[in-house]
Write a protein that binds this ligand. Structure first.
Ligand code: IPM
Ligand code: MG
Length: 357
């Protein structure tokens, strides 16, 4: 198969980790007889520097024509003082919207080899940690209107609008049920239905969709309780589905309790067309260009791309197995280093994985 992949390195450690994704793609292509054609385009701070906008039209066009998009990370202190409508993060939000990527899949999994990195007590983690957070990505307070800042009665006020239509809720609920069905068949819908009207509609629609999935056990949880339960007893969760802002917060929480945020990939999917695959960590400007970054989240994002976009299940598995093998052999980047292990840099880690493909 021939696939066109747009690579958006972005800022900070983005270019270094993307170089490792390239190595992975090249080896998988050789081994399984696929041709992955990659092209590089600008987003975030890099795009602001080059063309004064965080998402040039040229990038949008390239992404829309691609079979899939791989993203590094955006942002950094260099652009912190910039006018907010053209901040690097705006580029990320805009590409999600442009590509209609309403479903964000964020698996938070504790690798058995890294269990000592987990920041919860062993008796709390029990058998391990494997939660899939599904976050709605193109609605809610992130995109709702009206929004803005103005002066009322002599003082500044600002507002956003957390708004969802039933069709937006229905389509993400379906992704939730479908995903849960392929995992542990347990879906927890997180909302704030005791307070918010938008959450009441959310719950109504999720209950309607549930009728098509009698084999999936559905529970509902208020977001404040969910934040607490994630650290108190994360083993109770299999798949979580929630709206954009709650999902932003809970997915970071779920990720960090695994202790290895440098290991976690993500996929952002639309109804059809190219999805966007990226590590969940940020641009880490403090270590950028020093060959210190952990490329494994990016390499695992390549695996997610192969699995979800191209149905290359075996290819994806080979990558995931190679990552496990490297960890078992004791190789670590600085962020997951433990006494007695072998510390390697970003490029070396990319080579080690590629060698085992
Ligand atoms: C994320 C990030 C983004 C978000 C930022 C960078 C705009 O936090 O992908 O979770 O809030 O969605
Ligand atoms: Mg976030």
């Amino acid at each position: 198969m021939t696939k066109n992949i747009v690579i958006l390195p972005g800022d900070g450690i983005g270019p270094e980790i993307m170089a490792q994704a390239e190595k992975t793609l090249k080896k998988i292509g050789e081994r399984f007889g696929h041709q992955f054609k990659t092209s590089y385009h600008l987003i975030g701070g890099a795009a602001i520097d080059a063309c004064n906008t965080p998402l040039p039209q040229e990038t949008v066009d390239a992404c829309k024509q691609a079979d899939a998009v791989l993203l590094g990370a955006v942002g950094g202190p260099k652009w912190d003082a910039i006018e907010k409508s053209i901040r690097p993060e705006r580029g990320l939000l805009a590409i999600r919207k442009e590509l209609g990527l309403f479903a964000n899949l964020r698996p938070a999994k504790l690798f058995p080899e890294l269990k000592d990195a987990c920041c919860l007590r062993p008796d709390i983690v029990g058998q391990g940690l494997d939660v899939m957070v599904i976050r709605e990505l193109t609605g809610g307070a992130y995109f709702g209107t009206p929004k803005g800042q103005e002066v009322r009665d002599g003082e500044r006020v600002a507002y956003n609008n957390m708004i969802y239509s039933e069709s937006e809720i229905r389509r993400i609920a379906k992704v939730g049920f479908e995903t849960a069905r392929k995992r542990g068949k347990k879906l927890c819908s997180v909302d704030k239905a005791n307070v918010l009207d938008v959450s009441q509609l959310w719950r109504e629609v999720v209950l309607e969709v549930a009728k098509d999935y009698p084999d999936v056990e559905l529970t509902h949880m208020y977001v404040d309780n969910a934040a607490m339960q994630l650290v108190r007893n994360p083993g109770q969760f299999d798949t979580i589905v929630t709206e954009n802002l709650f999902g932003d917060i809970l997915s970071d929480e779920a990720a960090v309790i695994t202790g290895s945020i440098g290991m976690l990939p993500s996929a952002s999917l639309g109804a059809s067309g190219p999805g966007l695959y990226e590590p969940i960590h940020g641009s880490a400007p403090d270590i950028a260009g020093k060959d210190l970054a952990n490329p494994l989240a990016t390499i695992l994002s390549v695996a997610m791309m192969l699995r979800y976009q191209f149905a290359m299940v075996q290819e994806a598995q080979v990558i995931e197995d190679a990552v496990s093998a490297i960890l078992q052999e004791g190789y670590r980047t600085g962020d997951i280093m433990e006494p007695g292990k072998t510390q390697v840099g970003c490029a070396k880690m990319g080579d080690l994985v590629a060698e085992r493909l």
